[in-house]
Write a protein that binds this ligand. Structure first.
Ligand code: UDP
Length: 195
């Protein structure tokens, strides 16, 4: 695994194709893999937020999503290969899940948005198994129930769309309680699929 550091934050030096290969191999693993898709704002946030910095450091894969990261890498000669966006990666994974009979759970977005996004996914990705969904405006006290719902649904992939850095911290906090192979922070993707 090769990573480059941008303001100290390790980002995987990976192409879209390599990322896809790595992610599908995560689906055959035995522990929850944590994947994030930061843009420069998040890297900046991590400079002031030690907890977020650690969360990013302990990721299993950090995709260079923001174009600003690629530009910074070029200027500094850090060697990032290409931009790998969360939304393109999610599209590829959903196609793969449809083909392989893998299931997903979508967490986040305003009430109603995740449900709509899942409806659209069912139309767009043949064979996709939607294990469940839940909106992203819950309270802390509701979290045990949400974890229980995710675990009952037992998805292969949990897509978390709570905005950054909430989604990254949420995945980190609950990684040992979650029953899934891959937990991925994908920000506004729920809105894109719902729209
Ligand atoms: N969101 C959420 N719960 C929250 C805050 C945000 O579910 O407490 C959702 C929001 O509705 C949107 C998504 O997270 O669908 C991404 O939010 P935003 O665009 O602010 O984050 P970014 O993608 O820029 O990280």
């Amino acid at each position: 695994r090769n990573q480059v550091k941008i303001l100290g934050v390790p980002i995987d030096q990976i192409t879209e194709e390599e990322a896809f290969y790595r992610l599908t191999s995560f689906l055959e693993g035995s522990t929850v893999k944590k994947v994030y898709t930061p843009n420069p704002e998040i890297i900046m946030m991590a400079q002031q937020d030690e907890a977020l910095f650690r969360v990013l450091e302990e990721a299993d894969l950090v995709l260079p999503d923001g174009i600003g990261l690629i530009i910074a890498s070029k200027i500094k000669g850090l060697g990032l290969k290409e931009r790998v966006t969360g939304i393109d990666t999610m599209d590829k994974l959903l196609t793969y899940c449809g083909e392989k009979g893998k299931s997903i759970f979508l967490l986040g977005g305003k009430p109603g948005t995740a449900a709509l996004a899942c409806e659209n996914m069912k139309k767009q990705y043949k064979g996709i198994k939607i294990a469940g969904f839940y909106h992203g405006y819950f309270q802390g006290k509701d979290e045990p129930e949400i974890i229980e719902e995710i675990n009952q649904a037992n998805p292969d992939i949990l897509f978390v769309c709570l905005g950054a850095p909430k989604q990254e911290k949420w995945i980190y906090k609950y990684q040992h309680q979650l029953n899934c192979k891959l937990a991925m922070g994908v920000g506004g993707s729920v809105d894109i699929y719902a729209g």
